[in-house]
Design a protein around this ligand. Structure first.
Ligand code: IPE
Ligand code: IPE
Ligand code: MG
Length: 259
């Protein structure tokens, strides 16, 4: 991205934004947001739902092609059952309320994670939302729900091992292309890897989120708690992304590649 020679050549105001094809967000900090307001943790999750609506709409308006949102991890089952139950109800409320807007915005819902491991009512709601938005040709809104990155890699490995055992493929046929097709993001093809990965709330870790796909993602961390996150904050992250020099191990700049 040789957009500018140096970062100081151009102020952010003049900058032409480079919109990432795929943005993934670790939406963190709901509990702390509620605690600061002396409210129960679940109040933070409820507020988070409105942020999802705002940010999904903003990303779609900006021309993002895939927005992946880390909604519930395979490790989040270890939380108190009241909180887990609340989190399992949220997708139902969210889709009941927001599917008409998603359809209006031509957004298509997709889900990655162990859907069968969700309570029946949550599964039904998720599957309905996928069906109802299936005609969408705009942004893919990909919810990571009951998702764990390590188990995703293990499941992909098992799938490929079974294909080898069945004589369908040879061990040598397993490469980056076949492996990434076997992951939960397989249907996203060349857009499976997030270009920009954002985590809110100040935690500096990925917490088992897309470990394979994030190999070359640009990482962006902000202290803002997810319920407070705004469309302007998303644009700030994209501004930072615009200024990144993505080299993928090579040399990008003409000057850099001169001997
Ligand atoms: C993120 O917010 C939402 C989920 C993990 C489901 P948290 O609930 O983790 O909020 P904090 O990190 O405790 O503040
Ligand atoms: C990651 O946040 C999971 C989601 C945002 C859904 P956590 O709050 O569960 O992560 P840790 O426990 O701080 O690593
Ligand atoms: Mg957290």
């Amino acid at each position: 991205m040789a957009l500018f020679k140096t970062k100081t050549d151009m102020s952010v105001a003049q900058m032409q934004l480079k919109i990432p094809n795929h943005i993934a967000i670790i939406m963190d900090g709901n509990g702390r947001w509620a605690k600061r307001r002396l409210m129960p943790r679940v109040a933070g999750h409820k507020s988070a739902m409105n942020t999802v609506k705002k940010i999904a709409t903003a990303a779609s308006d900006l021309g993002v092609k895939v927005l992946t949102l880390y909604t519930f991890s395979t490790e989040n089952w270890s939380r108190p059952s009241d909180e887990v139950n609340f989190l399992m109800q949220l997708p139902i409320d969210f889709f009941n309320d927001f599917v008409p807007d998603l359809i209006k915005n031509n957004i298509k819902v997709q889900v990655m994670g162990d859907i069968e491991g969700l309570p029946d009512a949550t599964q039904i709601s998720v599957k309905n939302a996928i069906k109802q938005t299936a005609q969408g040709t705009g942004m893919i809104l990909n919810f990571a729900l009951n998702y764990g990155g390590q188990i995703e890699i293990i499941e992909a490995t098992k799938k490929l091992a079974q294909q080898v055992a069945n004589g369908e493929i040879l061990p040598d046929d397993i490469d980056e292309t076949t492996f990434s097709q076997a992951l939960q993001t397989g249907n996203l093809g060349s857009m499976a890897a997030p270009d920009l990965m954002i985590r809110t709330s100040g935690e500096l870790r990925l917490s088992n989120f897309m470990p394979y796909q994030s190999a070359y993602s640009e990482l962006y961390f902000t202290d803002i708690l997810w319920p407070d996150y705004t469309a302007e904050n998303l644009v700030e992250a994209i501004e930072s992304f615009t200024l990144r020099d993505r080299r993928f191990g090579g040399l990008n700049d003409k000057i850099e590649s001169e001997p």
